[in-house]
Design a protein around this ligand. Structure first.
Ligand code: SAH
Length: 320
């Protein structure tokens, strides 16, 4: 749903007809301060200069964002056409192939639940980042040769995560087991659950068939240290950390983002070694090197991951 913003004051903005569209939920802080009429419109005369300026910026940004998306889509389409003309082979699976790539028919035994019961502990900006990671997890899984079974659990109905998710048309139809207002431990047997947390003393060595690996769906820049571990312990669940220090040397902390943890699990479940997986998944700025580092190692990285890091800051850093 969109709310129309009427700017009646001469603000000198360059938005056509001095009207702009503002998406609901966008810039909540600004929006909540505004008084809207019954029909949902905002009269500029009721706003302070600062509010008008903020809204105008927001509206301009919205327009720019849409234009950027269109340009990107067009560029992508063009690239695909050119590749087709040149007779280059496809780089990824076709839409048809993707449709058939369902977890239920997958040869992969891996089961992963993302615990999204942290709605109230994240600021709006991090909610957006968290949902972006869910999207990324879903895409990686769908595009993999053998997708894992995914559970997205503990989503509060009409809560912040839910609202952010709902911006993605058709998300309800994703090949995911959704659990709204229910946590993973309410839908799964406790004995089958293993909560992954960097604070655990147990080290994950092999992936088991009957275990559901739970990853905390939280972006908190590690401000809430030990949070997931605490919750898992209170529930009496098994916990483990990824075997990072056992396989690689890293120059930064070993708390990874939800999406990186998922990618690592998926690769390892496909039979790729921990060392190779970790070096492929972890971004360059984590400075990961194989345990027995030799100068011949050139630190090649997956360009897609690197790009995603740059644009979406998915790593749990304390600064962002
Ligand atoms: N402050 C949070 C950090 C969240 S990081 C906490 O208390 O854990 C997001 C999720 O990724 C974590 O909840 C955990 O499930 C997983 N994770 C991150 N680094 C990990 C590691 N080294 N080993 C196992 N799980 C990890």
């Amino acid at each position: 749903m969109e709310t129309e913003l009427k700017l009646t004051a001469d603000t000198g903005d360059d938005v056509p007809n001095k009207k702009a569209k503002v998406e609901e939920n966008q810039n909540v802080e600004t929006f909540n301060e505004m008084k809207t009429d019954e029909d949902g419109t905002i009269e500029a005369s009721k706003l302070s200069k600062r509010q008008i300026k903020k809204l105008r910026k927001l509206a301009e940004w919205e327009i720019k964002k849409k234009e950027k998306r269109l340009k990107e889509r067009e560029k992508y389409r063009q690239k695909k056409l050119e590749a087709l003309e040149k007779g280059e082979p496809r780089t990824g699976p076709s839409r048809k192939e993707l449709k058939r790539n369902k977890a239920a028919e997958s040869k992969n035994f891996l089961k992963v639940a993302v615990d999204l019961d942290y709605d109230d502990l994240m600021i709006d900006k991090d909610i957006g980042k968290c949902v972006k990671q869910l999207l990324r997890i879903y895409t990686i899984n769908r595009r993999s040769l053998a997708p894992a079974k995914l559970y997205f659990t503990g989503i509060k109905k009409d809560g912040k995560i839910h609202k952010s998710l709902a911006k993605n048309d058709g998300y309800e139809n994703w090949d995911v087991q959704w659990a709204f207002n229910k946590t993973y431990h309410e839908i799964l047997s406790k004995n089958d659950i293993l909560y992954l947390t960097s604070d655990s003393d147990n080290v994950l060595e092999t992936l088991e068939k009957n275990t559901v690996y739970v990853i905390g769906g939280i972006v908190d820049h590690n401000h809430q240290k030990g949070l997931c571990m605490d919750r898992a312990q209170k529930l009496g669940l098994r916990t483990a950390r990824l075997p990072l220090s056992e396989h690689i040397d890293m120059k930064t902390r070993t708390v990874l983002s939800t999406v990186h943890v998922f990618e690592i699990l998926l690769k390892v479940s496909e039979g790729i070694s921990w060392t190779k997986t970790l070096l492929e998944v972890l971004p360059m700025r984590k400075g990961a090197k194989p345990k027995e580092y030799t100068s011949s190692f050139n630190g090649d990285k997956d360009s897609d991951i690197e790009e995603f890091d740059k644009n979406d800051t998915i790593i749990q850093t304390e600064e962002n």
